[in-house]
Design a protein around this ligand. Structure first.
Ligand code: HEC
Length: 169
C-alpha cells in the first residue's frame, strides 16, 4: 500500500516537486536538439560511388586578400573578371596558348589544388608550349593559396565540388 507520505510526493499539491519536474523537462527539451545537432554530421558528397568529405567553405579574409593579389599579379593576362584572353583555346602562331579564364568556363577547376599551386609557383610546363612564368619568387605559399581561394570563389558549385573531389580523392 502506498503510504500517505509517498502519495504526497506525487501529489500536484506539492509545488516543489512540480517545479523540479518542470526544471528537468526543460533541461531535456534543451538537451534533445543539442544532441540531434551533435549527431547531424554534414552529408558527404557521393561522386561515382566515392564519398568525398563536405566541400570546405572559403575563408572570406583570404578571398579578399586573393582578390587584391590577383588584380596585382594575374589580371593582366587572365582578365580582371577572370575571363581569360580571347580565343584562349586556340594556339597562337608560335604554338603557345593565350591565358585561359580562371572562372568555371575555363579548365582551372579540372585540376587538383596541388597542381594549380605548382603552376602558380613554377609556371606552365614549357613542354606543352606554356609561357606563363612562375610566381614562387614573388608570392609566398599563403598568398598563392589566397589567390587560389579567390579564383575558387568564382566557380559555380558543380565546378567547386568536382575540383574538391579531384583534390580530396
Ligand atoms: C604574362 C601573362 C600571365 C600572367 C601574369 C599569369 N598567367 Fe597564368 N597563364 C598564362 C598563360 C598564357 C597560361 C596558359 C598556359 C601557359 O602558356 O603557361 C596560363 C595558365 C595558368 C594556369 C593553368 C591553366 C589552368 O587554367 O588551369 C593557372 C592555374 C594560372 N595560369 C594561374 C595564374 C595565376 C594565379 C596568376 C597570378 C599569380 C597568373 N596565372 C598570372 C598567362 C599568365
Amino acid at each position: 500500500m502506498i503510504s500517505n507520505d509517498r502519495w504526497h510526493l506525487f501529489s500536484p499539491q506539492l509545488p516543489w516537486y512540480r517545479l523540479k519536474l518542470a526544471g528537468r523537462s526543460r533541461a531535456l527539451l534543451l538537451a534533445f536538439p543539442m544532441l540531434l545537432a551533435a549527431c547531424a554530421v554534414p552529408e558527404p558528397i557521393i561522386i561515382q560511388g566515392t564519398a568525398v568529405p563536405p566541400l570546405p567553405t572559403l575563408d572570406a579574409d583570404r578571398v579578399m586578400e586573393g582578390e587584391r593579389l590577383y588584380a596585382q599579379y594575374c589580371a593582366a593576362c587572365h582578365g580582371s573578371e577572370l575571363e581569360g584572353q580571347p580565343n584562349w583555346q586556340q594556339p597562337k602562331e608560335d604554338g603557345s596558348y593565350p591565358a585561359p579564364p580562371r572562372d568555371s568556363s575555363g579548365h582551372t577547376w579540372h585540376h587538383p589544388d596541388g597542381l594549380l599551386l605548382d603552376i602558380i609557383a613554377n609556371g606552365g610546363d614549357p613542354a606543352f608550349g606554356a609561357t606563363m612564368a612562375g610566381f614562387g619568387e614573388q608570392l609566398d605559399d599563403g598568398e598563392m593559396w589566397a589567390i587560389l581561394e579567390y579564383i575558387k570563389s568564382h566557380w559555380d558549385i558543380e565546378s567547386r565540388e568536382s575540383q574538391w573531389w579531384i583534390t580530396a580523392r
